[in-house]
Ligand binder design. Sequence first.
Ligand SMILES: [Zn+2]
Ligand SMILES: [Zn+2]
Length: 314
Amino acid sequence: MLDDLIRAAESDDYDAVEELADIAAADPQRLAPHLPRLLERGVLWPPTLYRGAGPDVVAQAVERVDGGRQPGQLNHLLLILAHIRDPAAEAALRRWEEQPPSGLDRLHLSPLGYAVTAGWTVDSEGRRRDLCAPVAYRLVMTPTAPDAAAPTCPWCESPLMTLLDLDPADPRVAGVLAHTGWSGRLLFTTCLGCACYTTLYSRVTPDGGSTWAPENSAPRHLHRSTEDPPALLPSVGPARTSAYQASAWHPEGSTLGGHPDWIQDAEHPDCLVCGQTMDYVALVGGADLDSGEGAHYLHLHAPCGVTAVTYQQS
Ligand SMILES: [Zn+2]
Ligand SMILES: [Zn+2]
């Protein structure tokens, strides 16, 4: 069955590629034996197909970039290498950051900019920093009493919604937050209406405090919602089988930890205090709220006590 899918993908069958991408998300290693052939035949999209690739595929991709013979593939090859967790792939991206490969001037990102789109970066001491947790859990929507005392959005005056209230005593939560360095209770709040137009930052404290960041800059057009946010609060559910099973599209796709499922281009916001790339914590899908579409992406920069909620839709 996998052979049939691979053959179909080679003939540009989009459904087959989608199915392969689902397999790579559930179990990245399953495609590994087939990846040399996919690379050979030029099936380079989506780059997430290659997460389970071995050193042979890395070596081939690096050689292609260094050889500079197929400039049209450079963007896809850099994305692929960024998504493979392999020392040689990381070393190549770091090397090209200093010595750009031929054709890079026509692309919009630097080699380590590609790394951020794949969920990692290099810190000021030159160490690799993973922006995403290696473990993930389903978020289960749980009805809650409407919060009459909820703070309101200073722009549109709608009540703010608590998207996540994380208890650090839960070992699953502690595992998901380990890469961020946060300890304590952690609240994510947002304005569901205004989040559609701009990144919304909050200042957070380990006692569960969350306040609207005064630096938030209002979009030019505000949508004044007359509806209260849904009386739902996600609670931590069963473990996902891999870190790549959040879904921004389907009901029950909301996920704590792991990697985001971007609807548009990857978008890891910068911390409003220090400018560093923020860590990713969770996805809450519109399909799991009453709004029905799009997805909210929850980010944290623990050293500065700043959260951000971004929103994407198709
Ligand atoms: Zn608002
Ligand atoms: Zn910061």
